[in-house]
Design a protein around this ligand. Structure first.
Ligand code: CA
Length: 417
C-alpha cells in the first residue's frame, strides 16, 4: 500500500469513527433531552397535584428549583445485594463495644432529657438510646441525599408511585411548616432522615417538639430526636416495665413452633422444655414468640410485646434484635450465652478498620478505612483469601483478621548461588 492510499484509508477510518461517535453522541443527547423533558413534565404534574393538597406553589417551586433526577437513587432502588449478610456479621458490627461505650456516654450526657422521655412515654431509656445508636450512630450518620430530589427521582421513574408521592407530600409539609430547613432535609436514598431516620410520613405522625422551641427538628435537636423515638415506640404498643425478651435454651433436637408471629403463653413454652437463661419476672400467661435467628443450633430468644414495638420501627427481625441486644448491653448486660453456629465469628467496627488498614498496607485497594465493608473491601478480602489459601467469601470475619495479623512474610535474600 502506498502512502496516499494509506492516508486515505486512515482518514476514512477516522471519519467513520467520527460519524459513529457523532451518532452515539446524538443518541445520547436525545436520550438526555427526552429524560429531562419527561422529568420536567413529571415535576409540573407533581406541582399541580401537591398544590391541590394544600402545598403552596411557592414552597413547591423553592423545593424543586433547578432539580434534576439522581441516577444513584435509582441504582440504590434496584440494588440486589449479591449475598445475604449472616446474622452474626450484622450484629457484630452494630452491637460492638464502641457502640456500647458511645451509648453509655450518651445516656449520661442526655440523662435529664431521657428521664423526661421515660416519664412521658413510659419507654425504657436504654431502648431509646439503642434505636438512636443503630439508626444514625447517635446522630453521626444521617445520610447525605437531598430528600426532595430522591423522592421526585423515584416518583418520576415510576417506582412505587403511591408510596413515594405520600412521602413527598409529607416532606413538602415539613418545608411549609418551617420545622426543618430544606438544606437539612437530607437522608437515605429512600427518604429516611434525621437522627431517628424517620420517613417523612412517620415524621408527620410521630415526631415531637421535645425541647420546646416550637419546631419538631429530628435533624438538629437531640431532645426532639429522643422524644420522637420514645413517642414512636409508645404508639407502637410499648408496655412500660416489660422486657423485650430473654435468651433461652431449647431442648436438643427441638422441632416445635418458632417465629415472631407464633405466640403462646410462657407456660406453654415452658411445657415444651424451653428455659430462660436469665430470670424473667412475668406471669406465666404472658404471650411470647420463639426466635431462632440462626436456626436451632444458635442463640434462641423468647420475645414479648415490646420486641414487636421495636420491630415496627424497621420491619426486620435482625434489626430489632440488634436494638434489643444493644439496649441490654447499655444496661450492663452480657453478650449472648449461646454462640452463633459458625467457626468464623463476626468482627467489630474497630476490627473491620484493622482489616482494611492491613489490606491497605499490603497494597490492596479498599477505598477508605471506615469500618464499612463495601464492594471494594469485599473484593480485596477475596483476593487476600485466595492468595492465603483461605475459603474465598469476601467476609471480614475473625479468620481473615487473624491471617492479616500474622507478620507479612518477607522473602529472605538468596545467599550464595
Ligand atoms: Ca424542637
Amino acid at each position: 500500500m502506498n502512502d496516499v492510499n494509506q492516508q486515505l484509508t486512515t482518514s476514512f477510518n477516522a471519519l467513520s469513527a467520527k460519524i459513529v461517535l457523532a451518532g452515539a453522541l446524538m443518541l445520547a443527547a436525545t436520550a438526555v433531552t427526552a429524560q429531562s423533558t419527561s422529568f420536567d413534565t413529571c415535576i409540573k404534574g407533581l406541582r399541580q397535584s401537591v398544590v391541590s393538597q394544600g402545598i403552596t406553589a411557592a414552597v413547591f417551586d423553592r423545593a424543586t428549583a433547578g432539580i434534576e433526577p439522581d441516577p444513584d437513587v435509582l441504582k440504590a432502588f434496584s440494588f440486589q445485594p449479591e449475598f445475604r449478610t449472616a446474622i452474626w456479621d450484622y450484629l457484630a458490627g452494630l452491637v460492638d463495644q464502641e457502640r456500647v461505650d458511645d451509648g453509655r456516654a450518651k445516656l449520661k450526657e442526655w440523662s435529664k432529657v431521657l428521664a423526661e422521655a421515660e416519664q412521658k412515654y413510659g419507654v425504657d431509656r436504654n431502648v431509646i438510646v439503642a434505636v438512636w445508636g443503630v439508626e444514625s450512630n447517635y446522630g453521626r450518620i444521617q445520610g447525605k441525599r437531598e430528600i426532595v430530589r430522591s423522592l421526585t427521582t423515584l416518583i418520576c421513574a415510576d417506582k412505587r408511585q403511591a408510596f413515594f408521592r405520600g412521602e413527598l407530600l409529607a416532606t413538602l409539609r415539613i418545608l411549609q411548616s418551617g420545622d426543618i430547613p430544606q438544606e437539612a432535609l437530607v437522608g437515605s436514598w429512600a427518604g429516611a432522615f434525621g437522627q431517628t431516620q424517620f420517613m417523612p410520613t412517620t415524621y408527620q405522625r410521630l415526631a415531637v417538639d421535645f425541647d420546646g422551641d416550637g419546631r419538631r427538628d429530628i435533624v438538629g435537636s437531640v431532645p426532639d430526636a429522643l422524644g420522637s423515638t420514645a413517642n414512636f415506640l409508645k404508639q407502637a404498643g410499648w408496655i412500660t416495665g416489660q422486657p423485650w425478651g430473654v435468651e433461652v435454651q431449647i431442648p436438643a433436637n427441638y422441632s416445635g413452633p418458632s417465629g415472631r408471629r407464633t405466640k403462646q403463653s410462657l407456660a406453654q413454652w415452658k411445657s415444651l422444655g424451653i428455659k430462660a437463661l436469665s430470670s424473667v419476672s412475668l406471669p406465666d400467661s404472658t404471650q411470647a414468640a420463639l426466635l431462632l435467628p440462626a436456626g436451632a443450633q444458635g442463640p434462641a430468644f423468647l420475645v414479648f410485646r415490646n420486641f414487636d414495638a421495636i420491630y415496627s420501627y424497621n420491619a426486620a427481625e435482625s434489626y430489632a434484635l440488634a436494638i434489643a441486644h444493644l439496649s441490654d448491653r447499655l444496661k450492663g448486660g452480657a453478650t449472648f450465652k449461646t454462640a452463633w453456629p459458625t467457626d468464623d465469628a463476626g468482627t467489630s467496627r474497630a476490627e473491620r478498620r484493622e482489616i482494611q488498614q492491613a489490606l491497605l498496607n499490603r497494597g490492596y485497594d479498599i477505598g477508605e478505612v471506615d469500618g464499612l465493608i463495601g464492594a471494594k473491601s469485599r473484593e480485596a478480602i477475596s483476593e487476600f483469601q485466595k492468595s492465603s489459601g483461605l475459603v474465598v467469601n469476601g467476609r471480614a470475619g475473625q479468620q481473615v483478621l487473624k491471617a492479616l495479623r500474622a507478620p507479612v512474610s518477607t522473602r529472605a535474600p538468596k545467599v550464595g548461588g
